[in-house]
Design a protein around this ligand. Structure first.
Ligand code: TYM
Length: 328
């Protein structure tokens, strides 16, 4: 059986971008692959969160993960820092990652621009830690959104470099697990690029109908089409992209026709979009609370996940250490 690895940072709450970019796909594949899904708490250390907030953040993401449909009986669900083998592999891979290539990654450049006062080495080597997460379980596939494509390419480069340097096929080259034609990029409601935690433009899985509807009704639009069959500007295309994720094809076609003959009313489009997002989020939200309260269950899930993840990690690390020449 082929192996899948994916993770989500342990900050804030899960939003529709996480759900449609990654989570929904995790749920769909857990029957067919050997799956490892984890909460990336080491990655979140780049921004120096308060120690007192740490446990609650991990617990929140874990409860939301499970509420979205991940099944600990079918998949290995664990917390990244519970698996110290990842940090050892990170050291080995760091020796193969070059400063220039890390500095060129879009996410690093973006973080440097936004937080010039906190350009730490962990931020620079963020993709190496991601590669360690993925290669740790010798993954064949990684379900990610468009935003992680470049990081995945680095994981492939490092796998290849390791195998070549040590002349052993320790790591398969992990590929993006794509659903549909392309990797998904879920847009925000502010008319700009992607929905994200740090962008402050998200719709979160814990939010109720009222909060979601309010956000959607406030989404940025323009003054409307003036020519039949014209191309949609980005702000409008974003609403259609969201609609195509949560609504039926008939609904999308209906509003497309309205756009094409210039009779579209953005208020109607937003009302429909809000109703369909609420429909999609409601059952997940309703499960979050109960799962969050069940401390015993959450502890059981992470204990079981840690055990399974460490078993797989130890086996890979043994191969990697042998390839490097450590074993006597
Ligand atoms: P994170 O926590 O930012 O996002 C988790 C997952 O959600 C996807 N995603 C999106 N997909 C489409 N449109 C969006 N607007 C959107 N926003 C988020 C991301 O592609 C990701 O799949 N560094 C990673 C976590 C990580 C990881 C890994 C992922 C650590 N190690 C190993 C995969 C494999 C991150 O910050 O994701």
């Amino acid at each position: 059986m082929e192996t899948v690895v994916s993770g989500i940072r342990s900050t804030g709450h899960l939003h529709l971008g996480n759900y449609f970019g990654a989570l929904r796909n995790f749920v769909a594949i857990q029957e067919q692959y050997n799956c490892y899904f984890f909460i990336a708490d080491l990655h979140s250390l780049t921004t120096h969160p308060k120690p007192g907030d740490f446990h609650a953040s991990v617990k929140t993401i874990l409860a939301e993960y499970l509420a979205a449909g991940l099944d600990p009986e079918k998949s290995t669900i664990f917390v990244q820092s519970d698996v110290p083998e990842i940090s050892e592999l990170y050291v080995l891979l760091n020796m193969l990652a070059y400063k220039g290539e890390l500095e060129r990654t879009a996410s690093f450049k973006d973080k440097v621009r936004k937080n010039p006062e906190n350009v730490n080495a962990g931020l620079l080597t963020y993709p190496v830690l991601m590669a360690s997460d993925i290669l740790m379980h010798r993954a064949n596939w990684v379900p990610v959104g468009k935003d992680q494509e470049q990081h995945l390419e680095i994981a492939r480069v490092l796998a290849r470099r390791f195998n070549n340097l040590y002349n052993e096929e320790v790591f398969p080259e992990p590929k993006a697990l794509v659903f549909g034609k392309n990797l998904v990029k879920v847009p925000g409601l502010d008319g700009s690029g992607k929905m994200g935690k740090s962008e402050g433009n998200g719709i979160y899985l814990f939010e109720d109908d009222k909060a979601i509807t309010k956000k959607v009704m406030k989404a940025v639009t323009d003054s409307g089409p003036t020519e039949p069959n014209s191309e949609k500007p980005e702000v409008i295309q974003n609403l259609f992209t969201l609609l195509s994720l949560v609504s039926t094809p008939d609904t999308v076609q209906y509003f497309d026709e309205k756009w094409n003959d210039c009779s579209i009313r953005y208020g109607d489009l937003k009302k429909q979009l809000a109703a369909d997002i609420c429909e999609c989020v409601r059952p997940i939200r309703e499960r979050i609370d109960a799962i969050y309260q069940d401390e015993d269950y959450l502890n059981r899930v992470t204990r079981m996940g840690c055990e399974k993840a460490r078993e797989s990690a130890a086996a890979t690390l043994k191969l990697a250490r042998k390839a490097v020449g450590f074993s006597r």
